[in-house]
Design a protein. Structure first.
Length: 442
């Protein structure tokens, strides 16, 4: 695909139609992955995809058209389709096509070297072999997978703006299934390659599965609860839309009108940083070409800002935060993170004294209401007795409200765990301690 040829075809067609203000947003992704089962490769797949979005202003209205067919003739049709769509838009455009920011940040992610199919195949088999070596209780159903992915974005517009960014990641996961005297348990571990060795990844998956053997139950009641970092970041992701100005302006967020107000415990700091150190997927501009930058969303428990694109910022009478999705149609975070506290995990256990350590949540999307913040989630984890993690427990439900939870967090661990993302958004959080949380057990 020659982007310059596609861009030229669009520009010529737009000129013929008298369209003078327009934007082209191109996104591509390619990946190769391998999965194992027993001691063989069960699948080896590759994927290449691309999309191109065209926006233009016609008679004061914004028109939009998109395609996944990267051919010159298809590009010639896009301006006419977008102009036609503009006729049926009810609202006049309020922001136009962005002319560009004064400067753009620089990504600091290490250069990506994609793996070859043979390297992917060999690595997946090596991880599978290591997983079986960890314990003789590892059994059939155990799987490993390795993938390499590359992403690229190119944005140009009629004002001369020309931006581009590319990222890549190599990652692996192991799913360990163990059989301990007829009781089967499983666990999943995932890492960016280079962050952990193969034996470390395999040991994490197997040992976590073995720790779940013999899981008991808990009585219904109020408990001091520690939610581990992986589960807390997942909860944050589910409720992250509440921080979108677009969602708030639609009346779908309880944070609407709360900027400048205390919405969380004073130890809570939430940031959004597109070029955060250690994040493999970074981008210095948003979907409208606005420079992306680090921002404090919540500082010492006070909501500093919602996340804005240009249209929602114009409506609110403020500046965009550079958080537009492509085409200005959405609002997205980058590396959205509850920042670490000052407690080790052992110190959190001592503070909890007696309670429950949540290490697994299931069906979170089904059990959560992003608008009200209410959640009721099936969970698993461990008892905390005398300030130490002890017996495994399962099939209990933690219930509460996300917005109340933010206010009730008593302590944070000093390490943040980040998700690995296939797009330009990642979520991070530390482990958190909440006192007197509702738990439904037996």
């Amino acid at each position: 695909m020659n982007f310059e040829l596609l861009k030229k075809a669009i520009a010529e067609s737009a000129a013929e139609l008298g369209i003078t203000e327009y934007e082209i947003y191109y996104e591509s992704e390619s990946s190769v992955s391998a999965e194992t089962l027993k001691d063989e490769i069960s699948s080896l797949s590759s994927n290449v995809s691309a999309s191109l979005d065209f926006r233009c202003v016609v008679d004061g209205k914004m028109g939009f058209a998109s395609t996944e067919l990267m051919e010159v003739e298809e590009m010639r049709k896009l301006p006419a389709r977008a102009a036609e769509n503009a006729k049926y838009t009810d609202k006049p455009d309020t922001v136009g096509i962005f002319k560009g920011s004064e400067s753009y940040g620089t990504t600091n992610a290490p250069a990506h070297t994609p793996m070859t199919p043979e390297e992917i195949r060999k690595t997946a088999l090596d991880i599978q072999s290591e997983t079986y070596k960890v314990s003789d209780k590892v059994t059939d159903g155990t799987q490993s997978a390795v993938s390499t992915a590359e992403m690229a974005v190119r944005m140009v517009n009629s004002h001369g703006l020309d931006l581009q960014a590319s990222n890549g990641i190599n990652f692996a996961y192991a799913v360990a299934v163990v059989n301990d005297n007829g009781e089967y348990q499983d666990s999943f571990a995932m890492t960016q390659l280079g962050k952990k060795s193969y034996p470390e990844l395999s040991a994490e998956a197997v040992n976590t599965a073995l720790e779940k053997v013999g899981s008991g139950s808990v009585e219904t009641g109020k408990y001091n609860v520690i939610i581990d970092a992986k589960q807390m970041r997942t909860i944050l992701a589910v409720f992250s839309n509440a921080f979108s100005a677009k969602v708030a302006q639609a009346g779908m967020s309880l944070l609407a009108g709360k900027e400048g107000q205390q919405i969380a415990a004073d130890i809570i700091n939430i940031t959004d940083d597109p070029m955060r150190e250690g994040i493999p997927v970074q981008i210095p501009f948003d979907g409208e070409g606005v420079a992306a930058y680090r921002k404090d969303v919540v500082k010492n428990g006070v909501l500093q800002t919602l996340l804005y694109n240009r249209a929602t910022a114009a409506k609110a009478g403020c500046e965009t935060t550079g958080n537009s999705g492509k085409g200005g149609n959405d609002v997205r975070p980058y590396a959205f993170c509850i920042e670490a506290g000052d407690k080790t995990e052992e110190e959190l256990f001592k503070m909890a004294d007696n309670g429950i350590y949540v290490t697994e949540v299931k069906g979170l999307h089904a059990g959560a209401n992003p608008v009200t913040g209410d959640f009721s989630i099936e969970s698993a984890g461990f008892l905390i007795e005398g300030g130490k993690r002890t017996k495994p427990v399962k099939s209990f439900t933690i219930a509460g409200n996300f917005f109340n939870l933010l206010k009730e967090i008593k302590a944070l661990s000093n390490e943040v765990d980040f998700s690995l993302s296939g797009g330009y958004t990642t979520f991070g959080a530390p482990a958190v301690l909440i006192e007197n949380m509702s738990v439904a057990g037996k």
